[in-house]
Design a protein around this ligand. Structure first.
Ligand SMILES: *[C@@H]1O[C@H](CO)[C@@H](O)[C@H](O)[C@H]1NC(C)=O
Ligand SMILES: *[C@@H]1O[C@H](CO)[C@@H](O)[C@H](O)[C@H]1NC(C)=O
Ligand SMILES: *[C@@H]1O[C@H](CO)[C@@H](O)[C@H](O)[C@H]1NC(C)=O
Ligand SMILES: [Zn+2]
Length: 429
């Protein structure tokens, strides 16, 4: 059979097999597997791309210029295997049963909940994070301040915390959990907030007190709640589309900066990287942009927390034909982060480069917009642990080690920024 008609047939057969609903109405991923597929040619890549159009059976977990991580429904596995053979690419099994990982994550969350409602031995829900934030704000009123970015599509409040020990500090903005399923990001962001306020370590005290921190632990609040209540693997926002029954926009493709250029986002509302009907169509992203632009004179560095892959990605995302003016500095700063992380006993390796160069064109992301449109000269997307063994369902025992890596990485990153002259005050405060 010709490949195209084979794929067409496969799509029809397999559509019936989407993830099923459990008794509590949560989507289940029984026997869904995740494979790493390595390809060499663009022809192979576009043949693999056909899979991705069949969203009931295939979901992209990660994509780079030479590999795809694909989640596959059990019903589509044999078709996947023959396709792999036909396109002559290599596939390595990472996860044999996604539901098993979700279940053990949930067990760990339940066990840890017995010792109290909030902590870093488990992944916390939005309500728990907000209740904890209130406690923190009440306990440290002299150095913390609550701020509100705005309201989500479903009407939830998007909250942030500012930590400032003294005036005339350079500012660091941390955006976290813009992608709903990347739970390690809000776990890490909250751990950092706690360290900045409670640590007695001299290195941490110096870090905490000599910068002003603006931290939004969960930006995509609707998507995050949805991952806890309905679908652990949800990535996007929850605003319905006018032109499709598919829901949500990739919020990290929705900023008004080279929006949709160079295939840097999809125009298909069903795609995981749908850029939206227009820039800033998502209220969460509009709110974030309003806050950052009205505080741009106070923000020297912007870090966007993501998972997974262990990467530091800098602008540009929209093109790899051109590099940003301070490319050498961006690489030197990323290298400092990576070296610091690797020096810890965990030995975790972070690679770095521009988004377009080491991954693929991605336009309309937070770091692109902040860099291109708001004159924040140091911006990174940081993709945390791991490299695919657990992917998005990183067991909670990794939370503290991952957060320690982020902490030491940020110390080195900001030291390097200071050395290179990026932490000067942008305006009198
Ligand atoms: C998953 O696969 C196992 C082994 O093939 C099988 O026994 C089990 O019934 C499957 N589970 C579901 C929910 O399909
Ligand atoms: C398949 O890939 C292998 C290893 O990359 C290569 O040696 C072989 O020539 C390829 N075969 C075809 C039909 O492309
Ligand atoms: C959907 O259509 C309505 C009516 O034309 C419009 O007001 C709204 O902005 C559209 N929503 C999106 C997300 O495009
Ligand atoms: Zn992400």
């Amino acid at each position: 059979m010709a490949l195209n008609s084979f794929l067409a047939a496969l799509t029809v057969v397999a559509l019936a097999q989407g993830a099923s609903l459990g008794q509590d109405e949560r989507l289940r991923y029984d026997n869904y597997s995740v494979y790493k597929v390595q390809f060499e040619t663009q022809e192979q890549r576009s043949l693999l791309g056909k899979f991705v159009e069949d969203r009931d059976n295939f979901r992209i977990w990660h994509e780079a210029n030479d590999e795809l991580h694909l989640m596959i429904s059990p019903g589509a596995l044999s078709e996947f295997n023959s396709e792999i053979q036909m396109t002559n690419v290599s596939a390595k099994l990472f996860i044999s049963n996604v539901q098993e990982l979700i279940d053990s994550e949930e067990d760990a969350n339940l066990r840890a909940s017995r010792d109290g409602s909030f902590g870093w031995k488990k992944y916390n829900m939005l309500a728990e994070i907000y209740a904890w934030l209130d406690e923190i704000l009440a306990n440290y009123p002299a150095v913390t301040e609550s701020f509100v970015l705005g309201q989500s599509y479903e009407g939830r409040t998007i909250r942030g915390i500012k930590i400032s020990y003294k005036s005339n500090n350079p500012g660091v903005f941390i955006e976290s959990n813009i992608h709903a399923r990347e739970w390690i990001t809000s776990a890490t962001a909250t751990w950092l907030i706690n360290e900045f306020l409670t640590s007695t370590d001299e290195l941490v005290r110096n870090l905490a007190e000599s910068h002003d921190w603006y931290i939004v632990p969960v930006l995509n609040v609707d998507g995050f709640v949805y991952t806890h209540e309905k679908d652990r693997m949800w990535r996007k926002t929850r605003q319905p589309s006018n032109i499709s029954s598919c829901i949500g926009v990739d919020p990290n493709r929705n900023y008004d900066s080279h929006w949709m250029e160079n295939d840097g986002a999809s125009s298909d509302p069903c795609a995981e990287d749908y850029g939206g009907p227009k820039p800033f169509s998502e209220p969460e992203i509009q709110a974030m942009a309003d806050f950052v632009s009205s505080n741009r004179d106070k923000i020297n560095v912007l870090l966007a927390f993501h998972s997974y892959s262990q990467l530091l990605l800098s602008p540009y995302g929209h093109t790899n034909e051109e590099f940003p003016p301070n490319y050498d500095d961006l690489m030197a700063v990323a290298k400092a982060y990576s070296a610091a992380v690797e020096s810890l006993p965990y030995g975790t390796v972070y690679r770095y480069g521009t988004s377009a160069d080491i991954l693929y064109p991605a336009s309309g992301a937070t770091i692109e917009w902040a860099y291109n449109e708001q004159e924040v000269e140091i911006t990174y997307t940081i993709e945390f642990r791991d490299t695919g063994r657990y992917g998005f369902i990183l067991p909670p025992v990794h939370i503290i080690p991952n957060a320690e890596e982020a902490l030491i990485g940020i110390v080195a990153l900001l030291d390097k920024c200071k050395e290179l002259g990026y932490l000067k005050l942008k305006s009198a405060q």
